[in-house]
Ligand binder design. Sequence first.
Ligand SMILES: C[S@@+](CC[C@H](N)C(=O)[O-])C[C@H]1O[C@@H](n2cnc3c(N)ncnc32)[C@H](O)[C@@H]1O
Length: 267
Amino acid sequence: MIHLTDQEFNDIVTYIKSNYGINLINKRQLIEARMYSVLVEKGLTNFTDYFNLIKQNNSQEVTAMLNKLTTNHTYFLREEAHFNFLKNVILPEQEKTNRMKNIRIWSAGCSSGEEAFTTIMVMMDYFGLRRSEWDYRILATDISEKVMQEARVGLYGKDSLKNVPETWLRRYFTKQGNDHYVLSEEVRKQVIFKRFNLMDPFLFQPFDLIFCRNVMIYFDQATRNALINKFYDVLKPGGYLFIGHSETIQRDSSKFVYIEPSVYQKG
Ligand SMILES: C[S@@+](CC[C@H](N)C(=O)[O-])C[C@H]1O[C@@H](n2cnc3c(N)ncnc32)[C@H](O)[C@@H]1O
């Protein structure tokens, strides 16, 4: 076992929080336990040398560490109420008001892509034969290039697919091996995956809908509030923000209008 000194621990907590928003203050033991094998693999004998590697702005190195300390876990149709809201409220609204038939969506903290691909399949089902009239590509971003590489391949196993109905498996997937399914090209090509750190400025065209679900759990309250205000600014008027069901937006810290649990609208 290689121990973390107080100095090393404080340094890395400060560095990660200011660059990635992630709060590691309660993860001292986890860092020691989970990063030990990485240090050994690299032939390092102390955390200072390892953190120096990270601070050289080596994005692969830092996301490898964050992947070990946080979770990328996700699955299709997670928190299904959001997809019902999309189908029952947002899409009918878009049909009435969106003359350009152009819907811009951002899956922020997309992990291996299940959230973005679920959205595409809901929209393909909803628009049916009219779908060629609509332009609704999704921008999906994450700090971890590794998980997004899995998304681009589109091969999923049992855990990811546990909520996927038979009709979707038949319509949008092809079976591969015993218990894996690969997503059709038609669905995959509608999602663009890009590495993006949510702490960076948002230089995007406005969105109609933003998903940022189960990402802010790692951030402290001040970081969450700042991020929520950035989402507000990059939404079109009337646009929606979905956050995780275990997350909330403090009512007096943002201009968002509360619609239902974990669904907010820009007024
Ligand atoms: C648990 S996954 C959430 C996946 C999906 N949104 C869901 O709800 O199932 C959290 C993701 O947030 C990403 N993440 C954490 N901090 C981030 C940051 N500062 N910028 C971008 N992505 C970040 C992680 O890499 C991880 O893939």
